[in-house]
Design a protein around this ligand. Structure first.
Ligand code: ZN
Ligand code: ZN
Length: 411
């Protein structure tokens, strides 16, 4: 259905613009077995680009689900030392990462939430020493997605199998700017330039806070951390290689001041967490912390998310996406954060990206915390943008500047 030529273009984009694997470097690919045909193309493109070695770490979501159904919580919480060693080995060798996503939305809906939470805590705790490598952009990393029939049927439940899958492929390829007749690499260079420009405009204003207001009741003030940095599109890793952490991406984002968020926010899209879909929810913040919340669906799961650890009840990211961006205009709910977060302004509960404060990548966690940067073992984006979102920025000297009018940038 999708031509081999298109798949190759997409693989090349993921390897060369996404991860930007360097000559002689180790590329580690994490993927589900359902995307094996695409993984093989990525491996080929990586060697063509000069990768020294490519290592694929396979996952199988069906097997994973069976484990959750049949293994005890205690067993699920035992992270084998070789898995930790494997991650450490890749990072010691200064690898870059390519994550290929294809998860079925809602797959884990019938698995006990406490079990999922316990296993996730165990995994995040075991892998915590290595988080800095991607969170601080020490090495290159990227996430791309490959449609599967199971995923497509969730997004387009009323279509037959072939139509649903074709529709999802078209939507994914549109989002990542891959077409039969274009040079996606050139388009991504242009796209990155535009996002860098938009970040610069916001950095020049150096706002003290942003006030979000829309018709459905969001009325939220987000103070930004002093010396914050807006980023968007590509970033350089420590080795100088410029990479795109997310494909697609339409956002520019920065760091809230941990204790400076006040008011109410209504989510405008469902949020997938632990394989469950939280929907129709709102959060109330006081001095940065979620002090009240409600959800029409999966309120218990939302409670688990907010209560994951100390930092998961505070924000780590605020991101702006115009309502007229291509993913937003497609009006498709992908049920996958990689896409849906690029259709709408979003906030993240949990960890902040150290790069979003000047010099942050070189600071210790304690130093970052002292500045008012949030830390958590999780980072979970939720969408709150809408066509009538207005954003007013307050400058350091108290001037009010309209940033968004009716969902789009006006600066
Ligand atoms: Zn974001
Ligand atoms: Zn995020």
């Amino acid at each position: 259905m999708v031509s081999q030529q298109i798949l190759k273009k997409y693989a090349q984009l993921a390897v060369c613009i996404g991860a930007n694997v360097q000559k002689g470097q180790l590329l580690v690919i994490n993927a589900d077995v359902s995307s094996a045909y695409f993984v093989r193309l990525c491996v080929e493109e990586a060697y063509r680009a000069g990768a020294g070695q490519v290592e694929v770490r396979w996952n199988d979501e069906t097997v994973t689900k069976l484990a959750y159904q049949h293994e005890s919580t205690e067993t699920l919480c035992q992270i084998p030392p070789w898995q930790i060693e494997r991650t450490k080995n890749g990072i010691d060798r200064k690898c870059c990462f390519l994550y290929i996503e294809s998860a079925t939305p809602g797959l884990m809906a019938d698995i006990d939430g406490d079990k999922l939470q316990a296993a996730r805590t165990a995994r995040e705790t075991a892998m915590e020493p290595f988080e800095y490598y991607t969170m601080s952009n020490v090495g290159q990393w990227t996430i791309v997605a490959i449609p599967t029939l199971d995923w497509a049927k969730k997004v387009f439940p009323n279509d037959d199998d072939d139509t649903a899958l074709e529709k999802l492929w078209n939507a994914v390829l549109m989002s990542v700017r891959v077409r039969e007749d274009n040079d996606p690499v050139a388009e991504w260079h242009e796209h990155n330039k535009n996002l860098t420009h938009r970040s610069k405009v916001m950095n020049d204003f150096n706002f003290k806070s942003l006030h979000f207001k829309n018709e459905i009741g969001t009325d939220l003030t987000v103070e930004l951390i002093p010396n914050h940095v807006w980023e968007g599109g590509c970033s350089p890793a420590k080795n100088g290689a410029v990479f795109n952490p997310n494909m697609p991406t339409e956002e520019i984002f920065t760091m809230p001041y941990k204790f400076g968020v006040n008011g109410r926010v209504y989510a405008t899209k469902p949020l997938s967490y632990q394989g469950k879909m939280i929907d129709g929810f709102r959060l109330d913040f006081k001095d940065g912390k979620v002090v009240d919340f409600s959800a029409e669906k999966e309120e218990e799961t939302l409670k688990n998310l907010i209560g994951f650890d100390e930092g998961s009840s505070y924000l780590g990211e605020v991101a702006l996406i115009p309502y007229d961006s291509p993913i937003s205009k497609s009006n498709i709910l992908f049920l996958n954060t990689l896409f849906d977060e690029n259709a709408s302004c979003h906030l993240a509960l949990g960890a902040a990206y150290p790069d979003n404060v000047k010099g942050g990548a070189d600071l210790t966690r304690e130093q970052l915390t002292a500045l008012g940067s949030n830390y958590s073992k999780i980072h979970c984006d939720f969408m709150f943008g809408s066509p009538n979102m207005n954003i007013v920025g307050t400058t350091q000297d108290g001037k009010q500047i309209t940033v968004f009018k009716d969902g789009n940038f006006v600066i």
